[in-house]
Design a protein. Sequence first.
Length: 300
Amino acid sequence: MRRQSLGFVGAVLALLWALPAAATGCTLGTPGATVRVSVANSGRATMLHLPRGFARPAPLVLLLHGSGGTGAQMLDASKLADTADAHGFVVAAPDAGIAVQKGFVWNIPGVPSVTGKMPGPGDADDVAFLGTVVDWLAANHCIDRSRVYATGLSGGGRMSSWLGCVAADRFAAIAPVVGLRAGNPLASDRRVPDPATCTPSRPVPVIAFAGDKDTTNPIQGGGAGYWQYTMATALTRWADLDACRAGPVQRDLDAKVHEVRYADCRAGAEVIGRITRGAGHVWVADNDAMWAFFARHQRR
């Protein structure tokens, strides 16, 4: 009788193991498709793209739109869904929490948005919301918590920088595009970042992309009140935060792209800036290079 019972249990287990992963896995979307989904009980939504051939748990890339934009527009402009299909990661592209005309802006405390308005206590807490997105996708068996990354354009690049500063426990690496910051400009000298506003709890690998003809967020510094200090200053500050012992090493990757790299950083972090000559305030990221960088890093 015991032998028969064990045989029956074995047969049941074999049947369960043979069920498709989707039966107990992520059911929020269809692999290869992009859908708009409501996020838990947040009252907010995100565009979600599960890659073709989706296998769970997958890495997650949070894609953050620029000021005045939307997640849907950012997903289309970046072509990151195509990169996700090629490499097998999930993309979530939510809308920011502060409505502006036909789009949204991100709430980065202590600095004015592109409207000139300083976010107040009544505005949505975007750091908390993005944490909810991560938790919700993990609870639905869609993503691997140890491989969560953030990128974004312009205001979304500044927001992904802010996540590195204040939510390093959630993100394995960040990749700001025309928007790298390392904390808010210091009130007494806006040419440098305020160290009190960027205190990551762990080393954060950073790869940043920019164009040298960007007049909105100029790599040479200046510009709007939220910008001010140079991209080189931001890279140096991240290298200090990550305790990098080598660099900056500079080289031309090709005729158009120049790279600045800091290495030998604490906990295996890297800090890299890639500048495209002649490019302005657009998505200048090399998506495959971005993913290759992300894939080297996992949150411990």
